[in-house]
Design a protein around this ligand. Structure first.
Ligand code: M6R
Length: 605
């Protein structure tokens, strides 16, 4: 979704802003713009479409003088993606410019009030009210004007505001949208994501909701909403800058698929010590927990679908799954006996945050499984287990999803032992199996060299069905999502046993069906379903353990996985399906890392 960046220092701001915006492209956007303060003038440049157009329009920023500026990538919500609706937005007197990530919920009433007072609106955006409010409240004190304007806003925002009267000063503010300040030597940055500034500084300050900050080349001063100075700790970004680069791969998605064995090691290694699962800071009141609820969106939700089987089996506790966008309005049956497990790669998904708050108000304990350090969800939870996957740039999650699964497996083993529902020998066998998963994930990558060829066969399909039972069904859900989001081919996942209750009517001559046959307990049943669709003309691409002659004898094509205990297999089974989606999308010439209409971090409802 929208991304914001800002810089104040002694270098030309525009080229740095453009570089920063390029790093935020992965979040998804449809227009972009920058505002640079030079003397008492603010230079604005905006374009519809890609940052490359903005670079072209500004000679890579060299054509715009000034050492303080703000930039924005916009993912349209209020108003179409046009140059006029693109940020930055300016006040009528041209004195202020603002960039905004989030949604101002009370913008209609503010717009009415400001219009009545004579302020002229140029765009259809909710954002524009902010800059007119600042102009209205400005009586010579920039900080006061920003504070007063902020007091009028409802909703979510990360903001950057510059003033032509005060070159070298930027105010930034955060409410339910990420905002990070970067401290350099004689220069200060801000961005909605550390990837935009990690090339320049690794010392950062995470703003909390309700805080705002004044940035100058000398540093930053953070204030609470009443304008009182507050001390803030400086955090150090430790991950390697190359983690956010493509490193020779054609796409971030392929790089991130290939990185999974390494990411898995980073997730597991610190948490398996001398054959025991060790979970840091898991300070839950275990005695109270009577049920577990898992909530998340998209792939994170599907990781929960697979994790449910493992937790229920090993911990003998009911696990309920809820989509966060539904849970938030469901008047849920949640109380102090509920453990809510929240899954999120970004840690900023608006629906997930809202569902979490809803359950917190009803007394649930909350465990978050998150990738982005310092993110909103990580901070809101009672306990957080990081997935340690490193930055994930491609919109389609891969290593984010598999490392979420791994943390769920760790949790299930840990809780199963603690609750006494898991026998010692089973525990030790599964811990050993868990430790071997990075190697097995590597095998799953290596044993499928035919996938690019298979993609040539299947890429013209109008639709694909993904079927499976039990844990295989959970993986089918994620396999279908991967296919549709990056290749734009309609894909539907179905519990194999449900086909004959309606959907089998859609099976026709040549209809591709991807059938997951990795779970030995239900394999024969899935085989019957495979035979049923073949009888109606389907072409079956099966996913099975290498050497499974029975599946081989009925399927048209095969994707292979190594043998893994069913309770831990989803993170291996998904790998050939990620590769299949990737190569099908490549055949179809799709924009794999930035699929149309999608955003990496869904910070609006
Ligand atoms: O950052 P989150 O894990 O909370 O994001 C949730 C979904 O938006 C996300 O998993 C989405 O479905 C993926 N990009 C799909 O690949």
């Amino acid at each position: 979704m929208c991304g914001i960046v800002g810089y104040t220092g002694s270098q030309n701001a525009a080229p740095l802003l453009l570089e920063g915006l390029k790093k935020l492209e992965y979040r998804g956007y449809d227009s972009a713009g920058i505002a640079v303060v030079e003397g008492n003038t603010i230079h604005i440049r905006k374009v519809t479409g890609r940052i490359a157009n903005l670079c072209e329009k500004t000679g890579d920023g060299q054509g715009i003088p000034g050492t303080t500026g703000i930039g924005h990538t916009r993912w349209a919500t209020h108003g179409a993606p046009t140059d006029t609706n693109a940020h930055p937005h300016t006040s009528n007197d041209g004195r202020f410019a603002v960039v905004h990530n989030g949604i101002i919920e009370n913008y209609v009433e503010l717009r009415r009030e400001l219009t009545q007072k004579g302020y002229r609106f140029e765009s259809e955006t909710d954002t524009e009210v902010i800059v007119h409010l600042v102009e209205m409240y400005y009586g010579g004190d920039f900080k006061q004007a920003v504070m007063k304007a902020a007091n009028r806003l409802r909703g979510s925002y990360a903001l950057g505001i510059v003033c032509a009267n005060e070159p070298g000063r930027i105010f930034v503010m955060r409410e339910a949208s990420p905002l990070i300040v970067g401290l350099g030597i004689g220069e200060t940055y801000f961005a909605s994501d550390v990837t935009a500034m990690v090339a320049y500084t690794r010392n950062v300050i995470y703003l909390e909701d309700g805080e705002f900050a004044e940035l100058t080349p000398e540093g930053v001063q953070v204030y609470d909403c009443a304008g009182r100075e507050i001390p803030k700790p400086i955090s150090r970004i430790t991950w390697d800058i190359q983690a956010a680069e493509k490193g020779g791969y054609a796409h971030f998605m392929l790089k991130e698929i290939m990185e999974q064995p390494r990411a898995a090691k980073a997730t597991l290694a610190p948490r398996i010590q001398s054959g025991e699962v060790v979970l840091e800071n898991l300070t839950l009141d275990w005695g109270k927990i009577q049920k577990i609820m898992i909530t998340a969106c998209g792939s994170a939700y599907y990781a929960g679908c697979a994790g449910k089987y493992t937790i229920e089996k090993l911990c003998r506790i009911p696990v309920q799954l809820e989509l966060a966008s539904e849970l938030r309005y469901a008047d849920p049956l949640v109380d102090e006996h509920t453990l809510l497990i929240v899954l999120s790669q970004s840690g900023e998904t608006a629906d997930t945050i809202a569902a979490m708050k809803e359950c917190r108000n009803r007394g649930a304990q909350i465990l978050a499984i998150v990738n982005v350090v310092g993110s909103t969800i990580a901070k809101l939870a009672d306990c957080t287990l990081y997935t340690w996957a490193g930055p994930e740039i491609a919109v389609a999650t891969t290593k984010g999803y598999t490392t979420q699964l791994l943390v769920l497996y760790l949790f299930a083993l840990y809780a199963g032992k603690l609750r006494g529902t898991l026998k010692a020998d089973q525990y030790h066998r599964l811990v050993g199996e868990l430790r071997s998963l990075p190697r097995r994930m590597q095998l799953a990558l290596d044993m499928n060299p035919r996938i690019p060829k298979l993609a040539k066969k299947y890429h013209k399909a109008d639709s694909l069905f993904f079927i499976g039972r039990n844990t295989d069904y959970a993986v089918a859900l994620e396999g279908a999502l991967k296919m549709k989001e990056i290749s734009y081919i309609h894909a539907e996942s179905y519990a194999a046993g449900e086909l004959k209750h309606g959907t089998i009517a859609l099976i026709h001559e040549g209809q591709p069906v991807v059938a997951l046959c990795c779970n030995p307990a239900v394999m024969e049943k899935t085989l019957s379903n495979i035979v049923e669709v073949i009888a109606r003309g389907a072409e079956v691409l099966a996913v099975a353990e290498r050497g499974n002659q029975t599946v081989l004898s009925v399927a048209d094509d095969m994707l292979y996985v190594p043998r893994v205990d069913t309770l831990l297999s989803a993170c291996v089974e998904i790998i050939p399906l990620q590769l299949l989606a990737y190569y099908v999308a490549k055949e179809n010439g799709c924009d794999i890392d930035k699929p149309k209409n999608l955003a990496k971090s869904v910070t609006v409802e």
